[in-house]
Design a protein around this ligand. Structure first.
Ligand SMILES: Cc1cc2nc3c(=O)[nH]c(=O)nc-3n(C[C@H](O)[C@H](O)[C@H](O)COP(=O)(O)OP(=O)(O)OC[C@H]3O[C@@H](n4cnc5c(N)ncnc54)[C@H](O)[C@@H]3O)c2cc1C
Length: 388
């Protein structure tokens, strides 16, 4: 089949790109190897799809080139996507911090994208496995559903996260086939694991969540940390995992903004125990276990000044060395991907291969938690859809 644009991957970015290109009168074929499109959208945001974030800036993304995302993000904004959602009568709400979720179901977002594709006469082929891609004058894509040819080829196959939903390394392999650099893909927005020795110490805290400022690799996030039966999770840890590399310790500030030295002195004068003093600021069970593990086993009044000093400092800079991550099985996204050096930030077209585009998560642009990854998928998909 001869078309103008082939889009490989029917996720957030691919669907957006397909109907924008179709809307310009381009004949578009979208190829998806799953039996239906948008499976990650369906499960996103706990089934309600956190489809954008009103406060999106380039600062919410990680990339070797922190400026790369700016152009596409500026030309297709959260307000543009909200307008689209509004036109389809989908009700939504702001949960917190600019994060917009569907009131009912993320399935509505998939249906909306499919309706837009339909209106733009995009031909959607599901259950379509790509076997080979070649390039002569046109791109030739061989699949189990026949051969497709086009002037433009858009790769929107996402990252490696959640293989059981159809994630593959196809996009990276194709980039390499055309001589493009790929930044090593790693799991991101992912729970971190602890070594057995640390795990046994914290086992009784599994399920407990504490507010903290977590920092590592020059980034910090103030959110909750959840102790799990494998290690650490919760929004603060998921966020910091995108900056973490093996061998680095996390620093947790359990009482941010608090003068811990003065607090402990007051409690010492009042004859309190450390864990009861901490329980006024932290969950009781956590305060108890933390005090048992990290402080001298005696009432505060029996602490030396040096011990008060040490515990006060530890409350602001408690170091934990993760053993690893829970991997692509549990990672919400993949950081790394097709190097932004290879792509035009305006159109997402490969500089050295005219007609070849990469959009969405397959590119080395990774958002923070909170609707940013979809906003990148919409914006990069839109940019390529206007050009392909
Ligand atoms: C559990 C979970 C919850 C999430 N929640 C949110 C959220 O609420 N908000 C947010 O912003 N982000 C969220 N994300 C991240 C977000 O889903 C992704 O960043 C986004 O879907 C990326 O869009 P994409 O189109 O680039 O890739 P994808 O949506 O992954 O789409 C890629 C598509 O390509 C197909 N494909 C792959 N290989 C091939 C091949 N060889 N041939 C044909 N097709 C192929 C895949 O089947 C898939 O349909 C979540 C992720 C997960 C895993």
């Amino acid at each position: 089949m001869r078309v103008d644009v082939i889009v490989i991957g029917g996720g957030a970015a691919g669907l957006m790109c397909a109907f924008v290109a179709g809307g310009r009168g381009r004949r578009v074929a979208l190829l998806e190897h799953n039996e239906r499109v948008g499976r990650k959208i369906e499960i996103s945001g706990g089934g309600r799809c956190n489809f954008t974030n009103l406060n999106t800036t380039a600062g919410n993304f990680i990339s070797r080139n922190p400026h790369f995302a700016k152009s596409a993000l500026a030309r297709y904004t959260p307000a543009d996507f909200v307008k689209l959602v509004g036109r389809h009568g989908i009700r939504y709400h702001e949960k917190k911090l600019g994060q917009l979720f569907c009131d009912e179901s993320s399935r509505q977002i998939v249906e909306m994208l499919l309706e837009e594709c339909d209106a733009a006469r995009v031909q959607v082929f599901t259950g379509c496995r790509v076997e080979d891609v070649g390039k002569g004058e046109l791109f030739q894509v061989k699949t189990n559903r026949g051969e497709f040819e086009s002037e433009s080829l858009v790769v929107a196959t996402g990252g490696l996260s959640i293989p059981k939903l159809g994630a593959t390394d196809f996009g990276y392999r194709l980039a390499r086939q055309f001589g493009l650099k790929v930044v090593q893909p790693e799991p991101a927005l992912v729970p971190l694991t602890l070594a057995p020795r640390d795990l046994s110490k914290f086992q009784s805290l599994s399920g407990v969540s504490v507010p903290a400022v977590v920092s590592c690799g020059g980034a910090e996030f103030a959110e909750n940390v959840l102790v799990t039966h494998r290690g650490l999770s919760g929004p603060a840890v998921l966020q910091i995992s995108s900056y973490w590399s093996r061998g680095q310790a996390l620093s947790l500030d359990l009482l941010p903004g608090e003068d811990t030295r003065a607090l402990l002195e007051r409690k010492r004068a009042a004859g309190a125990e450390l864990h009861t003093a901490l329980a006024q600021h932290l969950p009781k069970r956590f305060a108890q276990v933390w005090a048992e593990l990290f402080a001298p086993p005696r009432p505060l009044h029996a602490y030396t000044d040096a011990q008060v000093e040490r515990v006060a400092a530890l409350l602001h800079d408690w170091r934990i060395l993760p053993a690893g991550t829970e991997g692509f099985q549990k990672a919400e996204v993949t950081r790394g991907g097709v190097s932004t050096d290879e792509l035009s930030s305006k159109t997402m077209e490969a500089r050295g291969v005219p007609g070849l585009y990469f959009i969405g998560e397959v590119v080395d642009v990774t958002g923070h938690l909170g609707g940013y990854n979809f906003q990148w998928a919409w914006a990069s998909g839109h940019a390529a859809g206007e050009s392909a």
